[in-house]
Design a protein around this ligand. Structure first.
Ligand code: C5P
Length: 211
């Protein structure tokens, strides 16, 4: 069974995906982490031009294996890690490599809950369940700020809002597998829902379809 959960940054999809995976006894696959791992290797490097960057990104993606997901470096979860992830994510060859990894992991029994940007559209267009999880920009920025503050970072709400807008724009405007709602995805707006509320809404949808 494949449950695809797509949506923009800080929509809550990762937390929800983990809980839904636990509830239904499925593996949780955070596809964004594959892009982050690919990007993190490039953060402190200088590139002569776009072609050199592209080449390094493809080489980095080729090094990634499923086991790298188990022990990601702390930098992968930072704002810089997210920005670099979205830069390597525009490269079609990187996407092809990471899409195959996702398909190989998720096809192992008993299946998976995968969160990302293109799961319901490209990676698993025939997923049994598809969700588009979103929230207002204000809600998403406040959530990210709280996370960064808890980690001792000093970003402001304005910094975080601008970074989210920039990443949303890059993710939704790229030519290769842009972030978008699959036409048959069930929309859940998490702005005014608790985590438990989202899990309940999602489970009700899944259980009704399984019945
Ligand atoms: O979900 P997360 O914020 O970790 O994703 C980091 C970046 O990886 C996204 O902004 C996006 O550019 C890219 N990504 C993607 N396709 C996915 C998952 C993530 O392009 N399925």
């Amino acid at each position: 069974m494949i449950i695809a959960i797509d949506g923009p940054e800080a929509s809550g999809k990762g937390t929800i995906a983990k809980l839904i995976a636990q509830k239904y006894g499925l593996r949780h696959l955070d596809s964004g982490l594959l892009y982050r791992l690919t990007g993190v290797a490039l953060i402190d490097q200088d590139f002569a031009d776009d072609a050199a960057f592209k080449q390094a990104a493809i080489a980095s993606a080729q090094q990634i294996t499923a086991t790298d997901l188990d022990n990601p470096p702390a930098q992968a979860r930072t704002m810089a890690g997210g920005v670099m992830a979205s830069k390597v994510a525009v490269i079609p060859q990187v996407r092809d490599i990471l899409t195959s990894i996702q398909q190989n992991i998720a096809k192992q029994k008993p299946g998976a809950v995968i969160d990302g940007r293109d799961i319901g559209t490209i990676v698993f267009p025939n997923a049994e369940f598809k969700f588009w999880v979103t929230a207002s920009l204000k809600t998403r920025a406040s959530r990210r700020l709280a996370e960064y503050t808890a980690k001792g970072k000093s970003d402001t709400l304005a910094d975080v809002t601008a970074a989210i807008e920039e990443r949303d724009h890059r993710d939704s405007s790229r030519a290769a597998a842009p972030m978008k709602k699959a036409t048959d995805a069930h929309l859940i707006d998490t702005s005014k829902l608790s985590i438990d509320g989202v899990v309940e809404a999602m489970s009700a949808y899944i259980d009704a379809k399984l019945a």
